[in-house]
Design a protein around this ligand. Structure first.
Ligand code: F6R
Length: 619
């Protein structure tokens, strides 16, 4: 949560900082600020609201055009209300240090009491002011040795942080530090940069230095020096990011989310191409394990597979879990949310394979869960969309989804790319165990190959889905119901509607409705029933009939050609037939579009829903 940015160099610090904040606004957007060094002065401009408003204010001050360095912040409040005073950057009482922070300083209160007892006046309610005041105190006390002061500061803080700092009397430097929250630095002929998210730097370079936990850096126009928290200099290698900055642009779309929904057919294609070996006649489906070790060498020892993730990524793992279970029920496969897995006494060890899935690769709970599993000797694989992210770097073995940067806060294209990749991983695991039949392998890989065309056909029916969204946007609430393969999709459909349209929406395994939720149904509620044409169709239709009898409005998502369902509901949405296990990869498109158009009808800020941030880097 929170996006931070720093720059020092020969270009326009004002442009770099404001562009960087705009690109990271999805990380937090209740307030924003920029501190720009102009001559001997540091102009600290802060607002409650969006980066566009900050942009207006900064550019209204003509002096800021001359800025040669600066730091900036877009905030998702944790400690202290959403006020201009609490917005970052923060300044020490003596004005020597200006600082921005992402994370939570756990010993902030203790530091504050100590410094207040010494007469230092605090101005804000934030945890961030404590490291700011403390750094100023250390720096003043050690004769202005910035490196030693950074080392002492970092060693004194508990909690998680990424920090970017300006020292008033060091005009050609910015400093940054990391423990637990993402931070990337880069250097070009134009100067030195740092940011929370590499997409903020892509327009300048693709060569990124990802700081590790326990590292800080001195950035100048001529280079970057890295240090451990012990103050010892470190040599770091850069990582080349293949993403292109245009991938993080909205193009002609009104919202990133809408653009990202449209990208899905291509991403499915790319994911399959990147991870399968094709022959002219059939598809082998061999996954290239990135560590180069053949899975077959250890997979037979595996007795259980644990998928671990949060939110939409968790729902993607539920789809993969279902696929594995349907093909090999001798294997114990679970899918947990990371925030629970990390605190439960889960089994582990070398007979367990845990797969940690995170779009951002920075979700605090998923990272902690992965560290715990590694500590138990569990074999771990990470699946992430962000090369260089903490999950990618910490995992011994990481698979990258090929979705490109996802900017809309609501996950869309990364959900489908995760499912594709997890399905391929699942098939490879089962093949190595000897439990995947040639027929099932060809059927499922072939089914995945056919998906992009089907997804494209669904995207072309947007008008129909928009009309439905407009019709039902006045509903008091929604129930998404389904069975077996559809259950993860009910969760994703309900989550999308909650997060971007702010409408109450519940996901239920249809058989559970009678055990309580059905009491809520009346004519103000809408039931969205997922009814693929499979062996459970009749049971789903019974649930639909029960809901209908209680007056609820019914929308059915059915398989194309199933004309009979139209008589049982108010509206029907047809999706092309797929392999049973792949239903989510088609069905999700209308649900994403439905949530999108509902939110749009209700005038919600689709790409930046209230109270949310794309990357949940605190627990
Ligand atoms: C929902 C959404 C979130 C994320 C969750 C996990 O649209 O985006 O539920 O899926 O916060 O994030 P990652 O995958 O980055 O770990």
């Amino acid at each position: 949560m929170c996006g931070i940015m720093g720059y020092v160099g020969r270009g326009s610090a004002r442009d770099v900082i404001l562009n960087g904040l705009a690109r990271q606004e999805y990380r937090g957007y209740d307030s924003a600020g920029a501190a720009l060094r102009v001559g001997g002065e540091i102009k600290n401009i802060k607002i409650v609201g969006r980066v566009s408003e900050l942009h207006r204010l900064v550019y209204a001050d003509e002096g800021t055009a001359e800025a040669v360095s600066g730091i900036g912040h877009t905030r998702w409040a944790t400690h202290g209300g959403v006020t201009v005073t609490n917005a970052h950057p923060h300044e020490s009482a003596d004005g020597s240090v200006v600082l921005v922070h992402n994370g939570i300083i756990e010993n902030a209160r203790e530091i504050r009491s100590r410094l207040e007892a010494d007469g230092i006046k605090f101005r804000t309610e934030t945890d961030t002011e404590s490291p700011c005041q403390l750094l100023a105190r250390i720096y003043a006390g050690n004769g202005g040795d910035a490196r030693a002061a950074m080392s002492e500061l970092c060693g004194s803080l508990s909690g998680i942080f990424s920090l970017v700092i300006l020292f008033r009397d060091r005009p050609d430097e910015i400093w940054c530090a990391r423990r637990g929250a993402p931070l990337v630095a880069a250097h070009t002929d134009e100067g030195g940069y740092c940011a929370s998210d590499p997409t903020a730097l892509l327009e300048y370079t693709h060569d990124m230095f990802f700081l590790e936990d326990g590292e800080f850096a001195e950035i100048t126009p001529d280079g970057i020096k890295f240090f451990g928290f012990d103050g010892e200099e470190r040599v770091k290698k850069s990582i080349f990011l293949h993403w292109d900055s245009a991938m993080a642009e909205k193009g002609h779309y009104e919202h990133f989310m809408r653009k990202e929904i449209d990208e899905q057919p291509n991403i499915v294609r790319l994911t399959i191409d990147a991870h399968t070996v094709l022959t002219s006649v059939d598809i082998e489906g061999d996954l290239n394990m990135p560590d180069g070790k053949p899975l077959a060498s250890w997979i037979r020892e595996i007795r259980r597979v644990q998928f671990v993730a949060c939110g939409t990524s968790h729902y993607a793992t539920l789809v993969a879990r279902g696929l594995m279970e349907s093909l090999d029920n001798a294997l114990d496969v679970t899918a947990d949310v990371a925030s629970e897995y990390r605190y439960r006494s889960v089994p582990g060890g070398p007979d367990t394979l845990a797969v940690f899935v995170s779009q951002s690769g920075e979700t605090a709970d998923t990272l902690a869960a992965a560290r715990g599993a590694r500590g138990r000797g569990t074999r771990c694989i990470a699946v992430t969309n962000v090369r260089g992210s903490t999950l990618d770097r910490e995992a011994g073995c990481a698979l990258l989804t090929t979705a490109g940067p996802e900017v809309g806060v609501a996950a869309t294209k990364t959900f489908t790319s995760q499912i594709c990749l997890l399905n391929l991983l699942a098939l490879q695991l089962l093949k190595s165990r000897g439990t995947l039949s040639v027929g099932d392998e060809a059927r499922l890989i072939g089914g995945m190959r056919a998906l992009p065309t089907k997804q494209q056909a669904l995207l072309e029916r947007e008008g129909e889905i928009r009309a439905l969204a407009e019709k039902y946007s006045g509903s008091k609430g929604f129930f998404f119901i389904g069975r077996r393969e559809s259950v993860p999709l009910t969760m994703e459909g309900a989550l999308k509607l909650k997060e971007i349209a702010y409408l109450p929406s519940e996901a239920y395994a249809a058989g559970e409705m009678k055990h309580g939720p059905i009491a809520m149904l009346d004519e103000h509620l809408t039931v969205v029933a997922l009814v693929p044409n499979d062996d459970l169709r009749e049971k789903m239709l019974s649930s639909v009939a029960e809901s209908r009898a209680r007056g609820a409005r019914i929308v059915i998502m059915a398989t194309e050609g199933d004309a009979e369902v139209a008589a049982m509901c108010d509206d029907v949405l047809f999706v092309p037939e797929t392999e049973r296990e792949l239903f989510a990869l088609c069905g999700v498109i209308p649900l994403q579009l439905f949530a999108y158009h509902t939110a749009r009808t209700l005038g919600r800020p689709i790409d930046m829903p209230r109270n949310l941030a794309k990357s949940v880097t605190v627990e």
